[in-house]
Write a protein that binds this ligand. Structure first.
Ligand code: PHB
Length: 405
């Protein structure tokens, strides 16, 4: 069992409720004047006159998702650099914390940002289980959380909160976007495989729903221990035995590298088409997979190959600063800074209530991914693209085949 699957969701949420309660108590007991004053919505003299604003950035800097966290941080920092280090006209004190690989590390790190560092808002969070574990803490402490990756469906669904906003995607949205296309292209059964934790389960469920509704047939389903699986051979053997005509997979970061490379080495790639959410072939993962990823088709709300002026300008600036091609994680970090820029300019004071009111008014974000805006549940309304990995000289890129309906 993987690190997170050994820590089931219900327990994660229950623990986070307890920890959220304790941390809230600490917040009140410590009598941290500014936070409590701020929660009245009036803001301090300094806030109103445009003093510095402290923002927490919670991203994985360790574990299988560390490369994702680095990209997200680089995207956020690029926006800051392009805006004189300011958001809403105020100099930003950015406090970065390591989310790690699971809620066991991510939840306390977020709580420290709020209770000890006393940030005005927290941005980041890559892992769905961590986002779910944090929901009650932010809801109860009335601090804004801007989820810049984690796709947990409930965060902007059944368990939505006034204080939780998402600038990325929902797991059901990004995976469901591909169902019809795969049902149209594949005649036989499709085998579903994913990392065994909240996001993997939801990606498979989201894909299965639209795929089966479009007449697709499932040939098998398997979840692999999250953060622990390096050798995918036993799973690849099971796929071969199932007689599936194609595979749908959710992996990201280091797991995506191993899965796609071994899929090719095992000889499956030539006979059994590989589909997935775009995280499977994104950024550093695609660079490491190289030619092994050619032909993999995915759904995502971004590609470096998007031929728009906004994306070209962004990609050139990111390449110049980060020394590599941008990724969806970088775009999500960049857009989160853009959202905060607009909201902080609009908000009257630093209270969570003032900021979430302003978040409701940010309108359309002119993003490298294409224009998007928050829906009524605080989730992006955006375009998903069908992408295919193709060779481009010595490298591989996610060519955009079209928009998914
Ligand atoms: C998630 O846990 O929600 C997650 C993690 C990595 C991704 C996408 C989603 O690339």
């Amino acid at each position: 069992m993987g690190a997170v699957s050994a820590f089931p969701l219900s327990r994660t949420v229950a623990l986070s409720r307890t920890v959220a309660g304790l941390a809230l108590g600490a917040l009140v007991l410590s009598g941290c004047g500014s936070s409590l004053d701020e929660s009245t919505g009036s803001g301090t003299e300094e806030d109103r006159s445009g003093g510095n604003v402290k923002i927490g950035l919670l991203v994985p800097l360790s574990g299988v998702y560390a490369p994702l966290g680095e990209d997200m941080k680089a995207g956020f920092e690029l926006y800051l650099d392009q805006h004189d280090g300011k958001l809403g006209g105020r100099k930003v004190d950015l406090v970065t914390a390591d989310e790690g690989e699971s809620p066991q590390t991510g939840v306390p790190a977020a709580q420290k940002l709020v209770t000890q560092d006393q940030v005005t808002a927290v941005a980041g969070v890559v892992n769905s289980a961590t986002a779910l574990g944090l929901r009650d803490f932010f809801d109860e402490s009335k601090k804004p959380l801007l989820v810049a990756n984690a796709g947990a469906d409930d965060i902007t669904g059944a368990r939505k909160s006034e204080y939780v906003w998402r600038t990325s995607f929902s797991n059901g949205g990004v995976s469901g976007a591909l169902g019809q296309a795969v049902a149209d292209e594949v005649k036989g059964g499709v085998y579903l495989i994913a990392a065994d934790y909240a996001a993997g389960k939801e990606m498979v469920a989201g894909f299965r729903k639209t795929f089966e509704a479009a007449g697709g047939k499932v040939a098998g389903e398997k979840y692999t221990p999250f953060g622990k699986t390096q050798d995918f051979q036993p799973y690849l053997s099971a796929i071969r035995k199932s007689g599936a005509d194609a595979v749908y997979a959710f992996y990201a970061g280091a797991e995506a590298v191993n899965f796609v490379k071994q899929y090719k080495q095992f000889g499956l790639a030539d006979k059994t088409a590989l589909y997935g959410t775009g995280f499977l072939t994104e950024g550093g993962a695609l660079a490491a997979q190289g030619k092994a990823a050619i032909g993999v088709k995915t759904s995502l709300h971004y590609s470096t190959e998007l031929d728009t002026p906004v994306n070209k300008e962004f990609a050139a600036a990111y390449r110049a600063e980060a020394g590599k091609a941008p990724t969806v994680y970088a775009v999500q970090g960049y857009d989160t800074a853009a959202v905060l820029d607009k909201a902080l300019a609009e908000a009257s004071g630093d209270s969570g209530d003032a900021l979430v009111k302003a978040l409701g008014k940010v309108g359309s974000i002119d993003s490298p991914r294409g224009a998007w805006k928050f829906d009524a549940d605080h989730n992006p309304e955006q375009t998903y693209y069908l992408r295919e990995v193709r060779a481009d000289g010595d490298t591989a890129v996610n060519a955009v085949l079209g928009e998914l309906g």
